[in-house]
Design a protein around this ligand. Sequence first.
Ligand code: GLU
Length: 480
Amino acid sequence: MVRVRIGPSPTGDPHVGTAYIALFNMIYARQHGGQFVLRIEDTDQTRSRPEWEGMIMSALKWLGIQWDEGPDVGGPHGPYRQSERGPIYREHAEILLSNGRAYRCFCTSDRLDQLRKQQRQRNVASGYDGHCRHLTDEEIAQHIQAETPFVLRLKVPNEGVTKFVDRLRGEVSFDNGQIDDQVLLKSDGMPTYHLANVVDDHLMEITHVMRAEEWITSTPKHILLYEAFGWEPPVWIHMPLLRNADKSKISKRKNPVSLNYYKDAGFLPPAILNYLAMMGWTMPDGREKFLVDDMVANFSFDRISLGGPVFDIAKLSWLNGLYLRECTPEQMVEHLRGHLFSDARLVEVAKLVQERVDKLEDFMEHTAFFFNGDVRYDDDALHAMQPKGRTVKEIREVLEGLCERIDMLAEVNRTNIEQELRAYCESLGWKTKELFMPVRVAVTGSKATPPLFESMEVLGKERCRRRLRGAVAVLRNLES
Ligand code: GLU
């Protein structure tokens, strides 16, 4: 029985990379009559938020990614949220402690900082020096007596190599000397990614771990954990990473990475899945346009290519165009009414312009910027974007900083964006109008618009961010 999984961490917007990996896992499960599990990896309590979790699940559902077991649908191996599995990890940590494969480390963060500094000065790889590996039973007892906080570390052999077979790459091996004595349990009793991931994959009876290439350096640690528990490891498949045009790992500065962006911009789910499938894989007949069912019928690992696939939004748009043109005009209207022109959205827009409109036909003129994708900045707009006494570079940097701030918000609404903008002004020491005007122009393309915060709410996080990034690019050009 094939059992696969994805383990997204709810620490930000739903990412195209998550959809890409989810798609391949779903396809493989379907092709083999297996099961696909969604597990939420939320052990990083400071960065994980339930809003992000909800958004990840709804974005995947919107795309048509379906899982057989997960926090929302349940299943025989739950709970499917790592934050609810604390006792399971602690129990397993105990096993490693008693069979001598893990040890308590009482080092203070000061000592670890010191160690890192020295390693940097000596220009050697940073890593734990094994200090607490050699504590005597007596020393350990004293620390426990004194309630010294400790973490649990994996006892990685000092010599030899750890090998595994990757289904796409063949044998991969790592010198044990290069593998750190990884922390398994933090001092607050929470597991790290490594422990939680391995324990869950085993208990959830995962047969194939199909994940992004960036995890490949974690795999030897996972292999050592499987060995330490005496468990059989799964089949490993590390998928090529999606990349920006410059071949770096796909990032929000260079590409829209949030699935919400694609939903807002009016990309259709089958086109997105088709495109993501093409990122790692080709159809045997070389066809570029195909559906999930075609992929299920034809999928094999042998057709996955390891060259870094470049995520090219122009190509995705081309493909999306093909899907759109297949719609009847009625279906197209249905798509429009599904999101961009939904009644709920039109009502919000109407509320903002009712004051200014004398005839219904004036509506479009006042509201086009709510419906367009990118906006164009004419000279007047560019001029208004630059408050007196501030350089183009300053404004550009400030708008860039605002993008980062907006990224941290699960959504943009009139209340939080007002707070955010005011707090930002204060931290910059700028007058509110010095910031509000460039922001208004950046997100709407004009200086006379309905109220800013309300408009930003209706535009939504994705459009605001996208336009701010657009304005940043225009300003950067002006600088040089
Ligand atoms: N939590 C990890 C992630 O965010 C899961 C990696 C894995 O699949 O092992 O991608």
